[in-house]
Design a protein around this ligand. Structure first.
Ligand SMILES: [Zn+2]
Ligand SMILES: [Zn+2]
Length: 190
């Protein structure tokens, strides 16, 4: 599957970032379990660039997911109570439970690490969440079109980031990059 993307480029210097990087498969390793990192765009003062940062603003969404997965696992448990299970049925009824486990671990990490979000390139804490507007028109060709001033400025340089629709679609590489979460909830590159 290929993905459309948007390029954010500073109008004064060459700094740029592609929204495709938000779809990189970045994962926490926590107690030998791997959990998807929730991320967004942000400006890192140490990288002097836009990039991907940790973001825990989706805690409410994760709580809703817990409710949904709980209901789904109860329904699945009820529907298979009195019949013989094939291996694929067992796998299918275990899926919501695995999802629940993964969300529970994510919440444990998010609640401890919130306030200590890092740049996922250099692990710096000197980051600012990107809050500009990069909504572009999604064209019939399956790419974003046009451009827009985002309202988000490059710190120090002062230039505004402009969002440009990219004609390139990217294929998702699923090879994960891991980050360790230690006993003290600190983050390091695996
Ligand atoms: Zn700049
Ligand atoms: Zn950085």
């Amino acid at each position: 599957m290929s993905m459309p993307s948007i390029v954010l480029r500073c109008e004064k210097c060459d700094d740029s970032a592609n929204t495709f990087s938000l779809f990189r498969n970045l994962r926490y390793l926590f107690k030998n379990i791997d959990i998807c990192i929730s991320k967004s765009f942000g400006y890192c003062i140490d990288c002097d660039s836009l990039g991907v940062i940790e973001n825990f603003n989706n805690i409410d969404y994760k709580l809703e997911q817990i409710q949904y997965c709980s209901e789904e696992s109860i329904n699945k448990a009820r529907s298979v109570v009195s019949i013989n299970l094939t291996p694929s049925m067992m796998q299918s009824s275990a899926a919501p439970v695995q999802e629940l486990t993964s969300i529970a671990y994510f919440l444990a990490i998010a609640l401890k690490r919130k306030g200590d979000e890092r740049c996922l390139r250099c692990l710096s804490r000197n980051i600012i969440e990107f809050d500009g507007d990069m909504n572009l028109h999604y064209g019939l060709g399956g790419c974003f079109e046009g451009n827009k001033r985002t309202g988000f400025h490059h710190l120090g340089c002062g230039g505004e980031y402009i969002a440009y629709g990219s004609e390139n679609r990217f294929f998702l590489g699923r090879k994960p990059t891991y980050f360790n979460v230690s006993e003290s909830w600190d983050l390091s590159k695996a």
